[in-house]
Ligand binder design. Structure first.
Ligand code: GLC
Length: 452
């Protein structure tokens, strides 16, 4: 079988894996949340995830392809020779991320395969000494992202399946168990913590994005100690929930929560097609409409979207991935008032669609995906007077009609808001309702008879 065909086949084999252990990664978060430090995160709404590693060479799934024994570890590592980064332009990546409307980016410094993108003094697998690129590809990216005023998230896999010091190797082969050889495990932890300190010193990340905690208990990882050491002299750094109970926010994966999560801070990480890393054979790209559907869903439920891209081994980014980011960015730019610095919206009983509220709760944003046949959208049970209704990013003031509002009871009536055809956005039209004060939702069960 020729090389390309093998890659395609492997690619298909690997798609199916996504999401299998997602549930247990959405673990507990710490009790005492520092709300002050979460502020930028809460208002950011969009981050771009970058999965870049040697797995992009053959276009197979990151780390899992050898872990699940679709190919040998040796063959997997062969990809290092194809990881050239010859056309890598970190400034262009940073510009693209900025243009997507994202406020932060999370970069895989090291995935479960143990391949480090930076010039680490620890371990024996990194882009400088062990790949065709022969250079540190992480530092220039962090620098470029900072220059664009983007917050930096460092993804770090707790497991390193390539390390002789680590317990797990593949799904059927374990090197040892911690009980059998606690000393070896301690050596692994030393190696891992040394790398974390190195990353901390090099990049002072705003956010740590851990992964893979499911393989051991919190006690085994000594996750509380990791948290303490990472927050030392950097108390405002945010940590995701995959540090076994030591994170600040929840990290659902792929599946957008159907019901509003209870958590105050959460972020959905999501692939742009069905793969985290670049897989040429994976053409199941989400359309711009679908990406916006998920994005709007997240922000209306009070969360962030961390949308993933997978750059190629030569450092270029697939035109489809670029296109998706740019389209998302231009929609966000047009509607920025209704996106950043908003909070989650109101229950669907009041409006059959996603909504957000301005920070002062005096403006309600309605996201209209499908245009009603009479051009009218319906809002119910808002006790405030609606001072003004207008189309965000367009400015048109909209006509409103209120029905069932009588002087003798409290029932606030039903508002019909007319959307002219020329105000319709190709993806989501956003209507702002400027209220007479912070929103008051009417929830009285029998308001209609109160004054009879
Ligand atoms: C998972 C996978 C991993 C991927 C990550 C992104 O935990 O193991 O391959 O990088 O999710 O969220």
């Amino acid at each position: 079988m020729n090389h390309q065909l093998t890659s395609i086949l492997l690619g298909f084999l690997c798609f199916s894996f996504i999401g299998i252990k997602a549930q247990d990664t959405n673990s507990e978060i710490i009790k005492a949340i520092d709300h002050d430090k979460m502020q930028w995160f809460k208002e950011a709404k969009l981050g771009i995830f970058i999965h870049w590693g040697i797995y992009a060479v053959d276009g197979i799934s990151e780390s899992w392809s050898f872990y699940n024994e679709y190919l040998t570890h040796e063959d997997y590592l062969e990809q290092r020779n194809g990881f050239t980064a010859t056309k890598y332009k970190p400034q262009e990546w940073a510009q693209l991320i900025k243009d997507s409307g994202a406020q932060y980016s999370v970069v895989t410094s090291k995935h479960h395969d143990g391949f480090a993108l930076w010039n680490t003094k620890f371990g024996s697998l990194n882009a400088v000494s062990h790949s065709a690129a022969e250079k540190d590809v992480l530092s220039p990216l962090v620098k470029a992202l900072r220059k664009k005023d983007l917050k930096i998230g460092i993804y770090f896999s707790l497991p390193d399946w390539s390390s002789e010091l680590y317990t797990h190797f593949t799904s059927t082969k374990k090197r040892y168990s911690i009980e059998e050889d606690p000393l070896r495990w301690q050596q692994y932890l030393n190696y891992m913590n040394n790398q974390l300190q190195e990353l901390k010193n090099n990049y002072s990340p705003d956010l740590w994005w851990f992964d893979g905690d499911w393989e051991h208990s919190s006690e085994a990882w000594k996750s509380a100690k990791i948290r303490t050491s990472l927050l030392k002299d950097a108390p405002k750094t945010i940590i995701n929930s995959r540090l076994s109970g030591q994170g600040d926010y929840q990290t659902p994966e792929i599946g957008a929560p159907v019901y509003r999560p209870e958590a105050k801070y959460w972020e959905l990480c999501m692939t742009i097609n069905d793969s985290w890393g670049y897989q040429q054979a994976d053409t199941n790209y989400k359309t711009s409409q679908q990406i916006l559907d998920i994005f709007v869903d997240c922000i209306s439920k009070g969360g962030n979207l961390l949308l993933d891209i997978g750059p190629k081994a030569d450092g270029t980014i697939d035109p489809i991935q670029k296109d998706r980011l740019l389209k998302l960015g231009s929609w966000i730019k047009k509607h920025h008032k209704a996106v950043y610095e908003t909070t989650r919206g109101i229950p669907y009983e009041h409006f059959y669609g996603p909504t957000t509220l301005s920070k002062d709760k005096q403006t309600l944003y309605l996201y209209v995906r499908d245009i009603p046949k009479d051009g009218k959208i319906v809002v119910k049970g808002i006790s405030n007077a609606i001072h003004r209704a207008y189309v965000v990013g367009n400015g048109s003031i909209l006509n409103q009609q209120k029905i069932s509002k009588l002087y003798w009871n409290q029932y606030p009536g039903i508002s019909y808001i007319q959307l002219p055809k020329d105000t319709i956005d190709p993806y989501y039209t956003v209507v702002a309702l400027v209220l007479d004060g912070p929103i008051r939702l009417y929830s009285d069960q029998n308001g209609a008879v109160e004054q009879n």
